[in-house]
Design a protein around this ligand. Structure first.
Ligand code: ADP
Ligand code: MG
Length: 386
């Protein structure tokens, strides 16, 4: 689950990390009020969306008068901001962050993430920070430095110094940086983050080091024990179908094809998507109804699939291992009756009580196409979708 920049910075502050002073605002007048409270003669007004690339897309503006704060806030709020990271749909700007400006001498890149290969938290840093880090990583990977942390020891002083030297920091900036890394590590672990990205981490004109931007993602699997973070969920920033799936507790990922998929088990769901591709089609989503699917979860999953206007056929592929096929069939029948389904539905049931399941579907009087095998099911779905 992603957080907004202003929320991420508040969390950094709980770890005693200095950040630029800033106040979030949901309307232009509140933005002006925020600027007045911060004082000074210049401010940055930053659109708050769950995506980076805002600067290049006009979502981050430096202004020098309260009138300009009002004008920029008004122009950003209430519209969708499209950046390279969330194109083509963009995300709605419901809040802006009004922040003091800092005199920037250098822009560095620093992030913490879970390195899956080493199964450890790693720091990734680069002297080439700012708005083009993706390009840097792609074209000049040698400019990206990594330090992997031992889970028992956390980040060690020598690792901080190694990165500080590599980033060519001196004096106060060197000290700030070496103090910052263990603080970030503690924030990362204490909040069960999966990503903490600071781009840019700036060296100011007076040689201090501060995070100017901050992107945080919380591990979804830890939200049950991070209740205060879970409350920061902002469904306006995620795909409406994914938000509905999250509320219904089904694993759904929206994709761009036209065949809706409902499958039990992530592995089988992946295989189903592969077969659809093999038959020349494209899946509209990934959906794993889980091992313990009930008629209700099947019905919910079905409704979520059909929220997508691109869906031209639905392929249901269930292997009844723990879950019984007749239970799944009931769920399908219930959903098809409740939702006015206009697209062809292809069903492949295999495993426990498969025959009973097929019989229920055949006797339901609904226009459901039964497939004998997975390949046939994929072929049928692709045919019907065209
Ligand atoms: P994004 O990564 O979405 O483009 P950032 O928060 O990194 O947004 O802001 C983009 C750029 O705007 C930064 O690289 C920096 O140059 C400038 N900027 C952002 N916040 C401030 C600030 N408080 N003071 C001065 N410049 C800023
Ligand atoms: Mg940034």
């Amino acid at each position: 689950m992603n957080l907004h920049e202003y929320q991420a910075k508040q969390i950094l502050r709980t770890g005693n990390i200095s950040t630029p002073r800033g106040i979030a605002a949901a309307n232009a007048e509140a933005a002006v009020e925020a600027a007045r409270e911060l004082g000074g003669v210049a401010w940055v007004v930053k659109a708050q969306i769950h995506a980076g690339g805002r600067g290049k897309a006009g979502g981050v503006k430096v202004v020098k008068s309260l009138d300009d704060v009002r004008a920029v806030a008004a122009s950003l709020l209430g519209r969708k901001l499209v950046t390279l990271q969330n194109a083509p749909d963009g995300q709605p700007v419901n809040e802006v962050l009004v922040e003091e400006t800092l005199p920037i001498a250098r822009e560095l890149y620093l992030s913490l993430l879970v390195d899956r290969e080493t199964e450890r938290v790693a720091f990734v840093a680069s002297a080439a920070g700012g708005m083009d880090i993706e390009e840097v990583a792609h074209a000049t990977p040698e400019k990206v430095l990594t330090e992997t942390c031992d889970p028992l020891l956390g980040v060690q002083d020598y690792q901080c110094r190694a990165l500080a030297f590599a980033l060519d920091l001196k004096g106060d900036a060197f000290k700030d940086f070496c103090r910052l890394l263990p603080q970030l590590y503690r924030v990362f672990v204490a909040n069960d983050l999966s990503l903490l990205e600071i781009n840019p981490l700036v060296v100011t004109a007076d040689n201090r080091v501060l995070p100017l931007d901050c992107k945080m993602s919380v591990d979804d699997n830890a939200l049950y024990r991070r209740k205060s973070l879970a409350e920061l969920r902002d469904d306006s920033q995620v795909d409406a179908k994914e938000a509905a799936a999250n509320a219904a507790n089904v694993n759904y990922v929206a994709l761009t094809g036209n065949i809706g998929c409902m499958v039990n088990g992530a592995g089988l769901a992946m295989a189903t998507m592969d077969l659809i591709q093999l038959e020349g089609g494209a899946p509209a989503n990934f959906l794993d109804v889980g091992g313990g699917a009930t008629p209700e979860t099947v019905a919910q999953g079905f409704k979520i699939i059909l929220l997508d206007p691109n869906v031209k056929a639905v392929l249901i592929n269930i292997f009844g291992g723990i879950v019984r096929c007749d239970v799944i069939a009931e769920g399908i029948i219930q959903a098809v009756k409740e939702v006015d389904v206009k697209v062809p539905v292809v069903v492949r049931l295999e495993g426990t009580n498969a025959e009973l399941g097929r019989k229920l579907l055949a006797e339901s009087g609904l226009a459901i196409l039964a497939a004998e095998s997975l390949t046939q099911a994929a072929r049928l779905a692709v045919e019907r979708a065209q």
